[in-house]
Each structure stands twice: as C-alpha cells, then as structure tokens.
Design a protein around this ligand. Structure first.
Ligand SMILES: Nc1ncnc2c1ncn2[C@@H]1O[C@H](COP(=O)(O)OP(=O)(O)OP(=O)(O)O)[C@@H](O)[C@H]1O
Length: 329
C-alpha cells in the first residue's frame, strides 16, 4: 500500500485565517498569559545565533535557559515541565527538538506543555515541516498560537518527531558535513555514503509492518529503512502528514555496491521503483537477522538496537505551527 499523496488524509486543511476553535493560546487550553521558556542550544548550526535569539526571546517574553552539553536540553525540558511552563521553545536544530521532546515525555507533560520551534540548526527539517523557516517565524508562530496536535513516533518508547532511519543513511550520517547537510538534508547522508558504501554490508533485517489492512513482513538485506513521521522520503520533498496516526515506512533493497548509492539517491528524491517499498504503517518491528546490531538515527541522533518496536502516538504532541503549515500538510 503506497501512501496516496502529499494530502492530509484525516487532517482537514483549512484557510489560515480561520481560527482553530478551542486550540488557540490565550483563549483556552494554555491560558491568556502562558508561562514561557526557551531552551537554547548555543552550538547548533553555525553557532552565531545566540545574541539574536536572546534579543528576540526578550521581545517575545521568553526567559532563556542555555544548554551546556549534549543531552542537557532533555533535562532542561523536564525542569520546565516541573516548573509549570506552558509554552516551551526548542531553539536549535532537529536534535535539540528531539531532546526537548524527550524531556516532555520523561516528565509525562505532553498534554500540559505546548512546543514551539525556533530553528537555529543546520538542517532544521522538522521546523520546515511545520512551516517555520526562520528564527522570527518561530517566535511569530508562538505568538499566533496556532496549535496542532501532531503525531509522535516512538522507538522502544523513545520519541522521535521527524524520522527514524537505519542502514546506509544512518551509518553515513556521522560523516555528513554541516554545509552539505544544510543544502541537501537527508540526501547528504546518502551522498556522504558514497565514501562508505564499500564498507557497508547492508542491513540484514526482518521488518514487520502493521497497517490498517493487516501485516506485511519483509526479510532480507536492505540498503536502508526510512521511517517518516513528518518527513517524507519518497515521492518528493514535501513534508508528510503528521496528523494521520501513521508512519511512512520505506524499505530500499540492497543493490549491487556500485550502483547502490546512485539508485538510492534517485529513489529517495524522486519516485519509487521495484526495489523500493513504501507502506503506511501504524507499527513496525525491526529485528536484526545477523549478530550485528542495527544503527538507527532518531531525528539525527544515533541509537543502536538488536530489535526495536517502532510506533506512533497519534496527536500526542501539541506544537505551534507556522502560517503556511496547513498548505503543506
Ligand atoms: N551546549 C552544548 N554543547 C555541546 N553540544 C550540545 C550542546 N547543547 C546541545 N548539544 C548537542 O548538539 C547536537 C546538535 O544539535 P542540533 O541537532 O540541534 O543542531 P544541528 O545538528 O546543527 O541541526 P540539525 O539537526 O537540524 O541539522 C545535539 O546532539 C545536542 O545534543
């Protein structure tokens, strides 16, 4: 079963000037003057955003807490939830958003805290899927308070907002340079993969996918496994629908080492082929078939699993979206 289109099945597109009843900050769930806080990763992107973000944060009424090390944004988000913050800004790239959401999950605060995203990372793929293309956009989205409930992916309970990928792109992601990543996003991982493809043995895995219509099991050697929540890997670069309670699962078969990368790139950015299967799933179980654990990238952050249960929590995350979000969903 192939995902039908970039449209929002289940999510109704609406004119951006029409208020979303019962969901606007200041009127209902968050209160007229929400307690705000901003978690700032000073090292994200090229790192030259700190002063500007601090200035805008003051203008928009966000007290700032700054991370001091990797993983710290999770602790700061947990603390924010414990302090009764209603509106929490994640300022950084996709990794920072992921860490902040981890903190909200750990604090069991997804219902109490609304996330907004201030993009200062390298790729900022999640922010761009929300219709937020600049730091100012992020603050404006928080001020407008157009809150959507977006699906949250999970891998053995660990959250991901954007994607979980395994195989060559994950293996190569460590090598992807910032500049290339910025220009090409996930594709950069595959481009960098040219350098590592000869050492990449393929992903020996069983992938059991649950769909609305039943189950699908794939076993074999994959070049990569791409699981998107907001991110779409096949059929164009538009964001996927993250309000449908589904994950878009793409399996790219291993092909001969020489044309593997060229083929993968073509398929990743353009269309499906006989070597690519795309399925809309509610759950995925991935098990390594050899004794090599599978390296995953959750929103760009590395993880290793012998076996992993990937699922989706429909509408679990309250997120401020940008003005043109509805057009993209
Ligand atoms: N103060 C800090 N010092 C060092 N590393 C940090 C600090 N704060 C956060 N980090 C780490 O920075 C890493 C990169 O952050 P992030 O993903 O947000 O930016 P990016 O890689 O530039 O952007 P993107 O993921 O959008 O390409 C994360 O793994 C995070 O753990």
């Amino acid at each position: 079963m192939t995902r039908s289109s970039g449209g929002a099945s289940g999510a109704t597109a609406r004119p951006t000037d029409e208020p979303l009843e019962g969901d606007r900050i200041g009127e209902t769930e968050i209160g007229a003057n929400p307690e705000r806080r901003l978690v700032l990763n000073p090292t994200s992107g090229d790192g030259d955003h700190v002063e500007r973000v601090r200035r805008l944060a003051a203008e928009y009424g966000f007290p700032v807490v700054e991370t001091e090390r990797a993983g710290h944004a999770t602790e700061l988000a947990e603390a924010a939830a414990a302090d009764g913050v209603d509106l929490l800004a994640a300022c950084g790239g996709d990794g920072t958003v992921n860490e902040v959401v981890r903190g909200l999950v750990a604090a069991d605060a997804l219902e109490d805290v609304t996330l907004c995203v201030i993009p200062t990372g390298t790729a900022n793929i999640y922010a761009s899927g929300l219709g937020i293309d600049s730091v100012r956009d992020g603050f404006d989205a928080a001020r407008r308070g157009d809150v959507r409930r977006l699906d949250l992916g999970t891998a053995d309970g660990e959250p991901f907002v954007m994607s979980a990928i395994a195989g060559l792109p994950a293996a190569a992601s460590v090598a992807a340079s910032g500049g290339l990543k910025s220009r090409l996003g996930e594709l950069a991982f595959a481009v960098e993969g040219i350098r590592t493809v000869r050492e990449f043995d393929g992903l020996q895995a069983s992938v059991a996918v649950r769909t609305d219509d039943g189950a699908y099991v794939w076993r074999g050697e994959a070049l990569c496994l791409l699981i998107g929540n907001l991110r779409r890997f096949v059929g164009g670069n538009e964001p996927a629908n993250a309000e449908d309670g589904r994950l878009e699962v793409t399996i790219v078969d291993r092909v001969s080492p020489t044309d593997a990368i060229a083929g993968a790139i073509e398929r990743l950015v353009r269309r499906e082929s006989s070597r690519v299967a795309t399925i809309e799933a509610t759950a995925v179980e991935v098990v390594a078939l050899d004794d090599v654990p599978i390296e995953f990238s959750l929103d760009g952050e590395p993880q290793t699993h012998d076996a992993v249960e990937i699922g989706v929590r429909p509408g679990a995350l309250r997120v401020c979206v940008g003005a043109d979000y509805a057009d993209r969903a």
